[in-house]
Ligand binder design. Structure first.
Ligand SMILES: Cc1ncc(COP(=O)(O)O)c(C=O)c1O
Length: 690
């Protein structure tokens, strides 16, 4: 195979001048390859400079105080509200901005306030509406279920296929002028449909036309239907045009767009829908009057005023103005940002699809919902797991550690989206339960159970990323996890997979897509079958080591999973010394492999014959310390100390200056100490799950 048209596609979206500007805005990244935009965006230099210059030259005070500085503050906050609405192509006539602490808080506020009964209807007999959500939702949405069912709503989950089938049958189009989008004062109940504008697992952008479909009764026409659009992931790198679509509620989080400020979100409420919200709490400036001796109060009339409890996070809110300004000056147009991220994602997606081991077996399994055809349906996210040459999965924790060692920041696990994770990994609800019973919890590094992955690797792009970042990642994945020489070819079933993905959303492939895909398939013939496990493989990944040193969370995870000891370059036949040492930093805090990736290059060996623990680290001579420090002797060389590992207090002995200095040199951190756990400390027993 050859020919340019078959290479992974990449298109530069920003002009060279814009790229120069972007580089200077994020020059603090230096060599760091940050691939976790969906986790949090990064603030730019001029954003911070603008915000701090503003705060240093103006006096802002509590917006409820009514003095001059307070007035300046509340006027500035109003400016920010206008600016947010302008960003979403709407205005105060149509939407209100309720500031919250996060997207999650916005979601909770809605769950607490949504009225499931339409009390204007006579004889409604207290009936409540339905809460319907798609399975690919963030845990923040899943958390609504108990609240809404306590308040009377019935709950229904639409799995991915079901949702696609319901909405593909709908012929409705959006009519922004239609009076109440199908609302009727005759219907006895109010119902809420919730979905995500962009899945934070796969990056698929779910059609915004679903909003009008729901309003027009695609779910049923017995209730008044409202829509909450979780736009948190979508607007991180895309625009949401509220003059074209009209969700009743939109939750957003600002650190996902700008990186700073954190702890600030908003619930956008369509003014014509706010009547379905009823407060059951008030506090701070949300009331016109509150009587202290009797429970009477009158809420403020403006929608945001009656929902923003307490004093607003006014300093952070004012900082947002500068965030919008800086972003606009840097990228000019948001559509460029979404295309930029999409093109990086497509390039990575296609390059990973082409990555194969020397025996021809695929090195990557990709979890995708689209064929990465366009930025309208796919965001800047790629989700995958690496495979060994024999087809076995490589745990995501291994990939995370190698990425950390190479200055690549990505995210692994399930990304707080258990529905999408379950579906893409092909797990049943029962499998997820079993994984939990086997000790796997969200966020841990229990990455493979019974040979199957419990999560995956997610790469997500922001304005500051370049093709160079993708090439760096591909280089590291190739070097560490692909048996060389790597083979780059389109998989045999590639065209079919793309067609399947396209048909999900009823999209016909364009002529150029068809032609391109055909040419990608021309190499199918040389696809070789997996030839079984390559035993003496030449991977650059550090083999998993059963560390006797406390270094949470990986080593215990490795031991829990009973990793094949022949794979380990440290053999502990009886586990006698497992997890009995830890390394602490200057402040006495135990290092973890998460906080200090270089730990995985530190090799411990037990030399029982000579009663020594030997440590080795590439580039410096080995060092040894006695296996058994005799504390009771109190010979003065070793001092007693305490630290915490994963919340457990550990009592141990400091192994002395020599090894401390040796560790500091190896790990490039001053003040490190090696601590040996006291024999009577019971933590090892607690963690020894075998
Ligand atoms: C789709 C989606 N919804 C909601 C949230 C929660 O946002 P926050 O951290 O602001 O509570 C996230 C965060 O990752 C998300 O990706």
């Amino acid at each position: 195979m050859g020919g340019k048209e078959t290479d992974p596609a990449y298109e530069e979206v920003f002009s060279p001048e814009q790229m120069t500007r972007i580089r200077s805005e994020y020059d603090r990244l230096k060599g760091l390859c940050y691939l976790d935009q969906a986790g949090s965006a990064l603030y730019s230099k001029s954003h911070l400079e603008g915000a701090f210059a503003d705060l240093q030259s103006n006096v802002y005070s509590n917006p409820h105080s009514n003095n001059t500085t307070s007035k300046l503050c509340s006027d500035s906050i109003d400016q920010v509200r206008y600016r947010i609405l302008h960003h979403f192509n709407t205005d105060v006539e149509k939407y209100s901005v309720i500031f919250t602490g996060s997207a999650t808080e916005s979601i909770k506020l809605l769950a607490q306030s949504f009225e499931w009964r339409n009390d204007t209807v006579q004889g409604s007999h207290g009936q409540c509406g339905q809460f319907v959500y798609t399975e690919d939702n963030h845990t923040s949405i899943l958390g609504m279920r108990s609240l809404v069912s306590q308040r009377g709503a019935s709950v229904r989950c639409l799995d991915h296929e079901e949702a696609l089938s319901i909405f593909s049958s709908s012929e409705n189009g959006f009519n922004p002028e239609s009076p109440a989008n199908g609302l009727s004062s005759e219907r006895p109940t109010n119902s809420l449909f919730v979905y995500s504008g962009q899945c934070n697992f796969s990056g698929v952008k779910y059609p915004l036309s679903w909003i009008a479909d729901v309003h027009n009764g695609v779910l049923n026409d017995r209730s008044n239907w409202y829509v909450l659009l979780d736009a948190t992931s979508l607007i991180s790198t895309d625009v949401l045009n509220l003059s074209k679509v009209s969700p009743d509620f939109v939750c957003v989080s600002f650190y996902k767009i700008f990186g700073y400020p954190t702890g600030l979100g908003a619930l956008l409420v369509k003014n014509s829908s706010h009547h379905v919200l009823k407060r059951n709490y008030y506090g701070g400036g949300t009331v016109l009057v509150a009587l202290s001796a009797v429970n009477e109060y009158v809420p403020r009339p403006a929608i945001h005023e009656s929902f923003e409890d307490g004093t607003l996070n006014f300093i952070s809110i004012i900082g947002l103005l500068h965030a919008f300004d800086a972003m606009k000056e840097t990228i000019i147009e948001y559509t460029l940002l979404s295309r930029h991220c999409f093109h990086l994602a497509r390039y990575l997606f296609q390059s990973l699809a082409r990555l194969h081991h020397s025996n021809g077996s695929p090195a990557v399994v990709l979890y995708a919902d689209t064929a990465y055809d366009d930025a309208a349906s796919q965001g800047g996210i790629v989700n995958f797991n690496m495979l060994r040459a024999n087809g076995e999965h490589i745990g995501f924790a291994e990939v995370l550690h190698m990425a950390n060692v190479h200055d690549i920041q990505l995210r692994t696990g399930c990304f707080c989206n258990p529905g999408a994770c379950r579906r893409h990994l092909g797990l049943s609800t029962e499998d997820v339960r079993r994984h939990f019973q086997a000790g796997h919890v969200c966020g841990d590094e229990n990455d493979i159970i019974d040979g199957r992955p419990t999560g995956s690797v997610r790469v997500s792009f922001g304005v500051f990323n370049t093709k160079h970042d993708v090439d760096h990642l591909l280089g590291v994945l190739g070097k560490c996890f692909v048996h060389q020489p790597a083979v780059h070819k389109w998989p045999s079933n590639w065209q079919k997979r793309l067609e399947n993905l396209r048909s999900k959303f009823n999209k016909k492939p364009t002529k150029s897509q068809r032609e391109n895909a055909d040419s990608q398939n021309c190499n199918d013939k040389d696809q070789t079958q997996d030839s079984g496990r390559i035993r003496n493989h030449n991977l650059h990944a550090i083999s998993r080591v059963e560390y006797p040193i406390f270094s949470e969370p990986t080593p215990p995870a490795v031991i829990w999973k009973g990793v094949d000891k022949s794979n380990s370059n440290l053999v502990f036949t009886n586990g006698r010394y497992d997890r009995q040492w830890m390394i602490t930093n200057q402040s006495g805090v135990a290092l973890t492999q998460k906080s200090e990736p270089l730990l995985c290059l530190l090799q411990p060996f037990i030399d029982e014959a000579n009663n020594r623990l030997r440590l080795s680290f590439e580039g410096q001579p080995d060092i040894t310390v006695p296996l058994n420090l005799d504390v009771e002797r109190g010979d003065g060389n070793y001092s007693f100390c305490q630290s915490k590992v994963c919340g457990d207090r550990i009592r141990g002995n400091d192994c002395g200056d020599d090894v401390g200095i040796w560790l500091s040199n190896a790990l490039h951190k001053p003040g490190l100490r090696l601590i040996r756990q006291l024999p009577d400390d019971n933590r090892t027993n607690k963690k020894s799950l075998g």
